[in-house]
Design a protein. Structure first.
Length: 392
């Protein structure tokens, strides 16, 4: 099973590149074909699910570790205010659009009598950006050093921090608990505090630590030590109540300042190329193609809702590209780069579905939104980077 998944992801990734598209698009398509909607190779229950989940989690951690290694921290700070503005607008607008649509405008279905709770969940599912998918596209296109890429990655990381706050809110709503301002502030402080403290301390301690490690005459000691460092920091992020991928990204930022940076980057890349496709295949395998068939009972209502939600999801993120008027960059590129929701939106939707706040139609509509935003972003970014821009 694992061999088939990896081979299909690599073959379709190569095929995508041969027709001028980023490899991630082929890997996502491999997930769709191998998922339950077509061939059913990717398991939906049993121990196989846990194996795929672990490999996918490891893949996205290594991907974010790689992105951190490729990120210039000084340049990241330089675009920091712009990235913060893009992130805040890119979270606020989609949430407001989703909430207002579900709370005040007519829609075909409602899975819960609590309209406010359902509106909160619908809005929350529109807020998250899948940093893994956009980062992979930028890396495939060789655009990681552009101002747009730095703003997108910075905004997506901040987006994940804000996503933790939103997740704490929607989880409380699902559990029927009251959500306090103090709890929200605490979640935000922990996520931001962890990232800042980890990077500051790490940039001071890691160079000394890896100078010692490199003296060990052990085969691939730098590779093992650097991946262990990334996993350890990801684990600490989880213990601190932050996202694992934030810890992995921080590890990359830290090790990019070591004397062994070039060797670490060179040795980590082939390892990441083995595990990262499992993440994209797992995202693609969640697609239910039956939702696209108008003759299926209930599919018309789902498609109608999905159409509105997709439109709101795209507009809210693309508009975020115009959130920092004081900085010069290609705004449409940044906006489109923030569009893919990937697995993050599914997490919010799944919490709502399990709690009974979202019905099958709403969950299906959100699933379609995730699918469409995830699949349109790679070719759109490819086309935008290929076209000339004036930077405004």
């Amino acid at each position: 099973m694992l061999a088939v998944i990896l081979a299909a992801a690599k073959l379709l990734g190569e095929a995508a590149e041969r027709i001028g598209q980023p490899a991630v698009l082929g890997e996502l398509l491999a997930g769709v074909l191998l998922g339950g909607s077509v061939f059913g190779v990717v398991p939906t229950d049993g121990p196989g699910v846990d194996v795929i989940h672990v490999l996918a989690e490891l893949g996205v951690l290594l991907l974010l570790f790689e992105i951190g290694l490729e990120t210039d921290l000084r340049e990241m700070f330089r675009v920091g205010p712009a990235a913060l503005a893009v992130a805040v607008v890119g979270v606020t607008l989609p949430f407001a659009f989703g909430y207002i649509y579900w709370r005040y405008l007519p829609h075909p279905a409602s899975g819960s009598d609590d309209l406010v709770a359902a509106a909160i969940f619908v809005g929350a599912t529109l807020t998250a950006t899948s940093v893994g998918i956009t980062a992979r596209v930028l890396s495939d296109l060789g655009r990681m050093s552009t101002p747009e890429a730095r703003i997108i990655i910075g905004a997506a990381v901040i987006d994940d921090v804000l996503g933790l706050v939103i997740l704490s809110v929607v989880s409380g709503v699902a559990a029927g608990a009251s959500v306090s301002v103090l709890g929200i502030v605490r979640t935000l402080a922990v996520a931001v505090g962890f990232l800042v403290v980890a990077v500051v301390l790490g940039r001071f301690l890691a160079p000394r630590l890896f100078d010692v490690i490199v003296r060990m005459r052990v085969r691939y000691v730098l590779l093992v030590a650097s991946i262990a460092f990334a996993l350890a920091l990801a684990g600490l992020a989880g213990v601190a109540g932050s996202a694992l991928i934030i810890g992995a990204f921080a590890a990359g930022l830290i090790l990019s300042g070591t004397n062994q940076f070039d060797t670490i980057e060179h040795e980590v890349r082939p390892v990441a190329s083995v595990f990262t496709p499992f993440f994209f295949v797992s995202v693609g395998s969640s697609v239910n193609l039956a939702l696209l068939n108008p003759s299926t009972p209930g599919a018309r209502a789902t498609l109608l809702m999905a159409g509105v939600i997709i439109l709101l999801a795209i507009i809210g993120k693309v508009a975020a590209g115009w959130a920092a008027p004081w900085t010069r960059f290609r705004r449409i590129v940044v906006g489109v780069g923030m569009v893919p929701r990937g697995e993050v939106g599914l997490i919010f939707a799944e919490i709502g579905r399990r709690a009974g706040v979202l019905g099958d139609e709403e969950f299906g509509a959100i699933l379609l939104m995730v699918m469409v935003t995830t699949f349109i972003a790679p070719p759109a970014l490819k086309a935008l980077f290929a076209s000339p821009g004036d930077g405004a």
